[in-house]
Write a new protein. Structure first.
Length: 265
């Protein structure tokens, strides 16, 4: 290298792929919420019955199974008992497999101290299939409609939260961080890598008319509490007015450059 010259660092700075904000909980609880701004300000919408390809190893939109192919894991004992109570309220015209659920129960052991809903014909026992008079979809969702309540009151926790995800993290200083983000493939464990399709990776799912923090307000209030949700909503309202937020990776169209062709010999 010639005297007086220096090596040029040609490393390109890559822009952020996801934006976060941390909001502390008022009081002495020593809790904070780490919010996935990128996902909550995206225009994601659920595609069940409108092009959802499901979570099997190949895309199967014709099955209308959504993410119900493997059953729902109980979050805790209260989740398990509440779902059992809701199942007893379902009518045969709302639940295609009520006779099987009544006879064998709705839960099966899936590990040590772990339970998941039984499967019937390779999908959750609560999933009504195409051709059922009440239509394809979750029977517990129909119960919520009949009772005029949000489906968070009738469905297992993981079902009403998806594709939102809440992760608890204990910090070294003794405080607790509640992470609110999307339920990506990693949330399913090793099995998620086998999915032929997943909704939060699908550009077609980012076509809603409003951001997630508004379209899933009821779910977020249930996950955070009203006070924290109000703080988050105020922040996100202001954030969206300031500058563009970091776009969700799946919502960005892929642009292909010119193809280099080999010259003929």
């Amino acid at each position: 290298m010639a005297k007086g010259t220096s090596k040029v660092d040609r490393t390109k700075v890559v822009g952020p792929t996801r934006e976060w904000v941390t909001i502390s909980v008022a009081g002495k609880s020593r809790e904070q919420y780490q919010i996935d701004v990128t996902y909550l300000t995206s225009n994601y919408r659920c595609l069940f019955g409108d092009g959802c390809c499901g979570v099997l190893t190949e895309p199967t939109p014709e099955l209308n199974q959504g993410c119900c192919s493997y059953g729902a894991h109980a979050d805790d004992d209260e989740d398990l008992r509440r779902t059992e109570r809701m199942a007893k309220e379902l009518r045969p015209d709302e639940w295609q497999f009520k006779s099987q659920g009544t006879r064998r129960g709705i839960w099966k052991k899936s590990g040590k101290d772990e339970w998941s809903t039984r499967l019937v014909d390779d999908a959750c026992i609560f999933l009504n299939r195409p051709g059922f008079e009440a239509g394809a979809g979750c029977a517990l969702h129909l119960l919520a409609v009949r009772k005029n309540v949000h489906f968070a009151e009738t469905k297992p926790t993981v079902c009403w939260q998806l594709p939102l995800r809440k992760i608890e993290r204990e910090e070294e200083d003794g405080s607790t961080t509640h992470v609110i983000t999307e339920f990506a493939r990693v949330g399913w464990g090793d099995g998620g890598d086998q999915f032929g399709w997943w909704c939060t990776e699908a550009p077609e799912a980012f076509s809603g008319s409003e951001p997630v923090y508004k379209s899933m307000e009821a779910e977020l209030r249930a996950m955070m509490g009203d006070a924290v949700y109000e703080s988050v909503a105020v922040y996100l309202d202001q954030r969206m007015q300031m500058t563009e937020t970091v776009a969700h990776p799946a919502s960005i169209p892929i642009k292909l450059g010119r193809t280099r062709h080999r010259e003929p010999l």
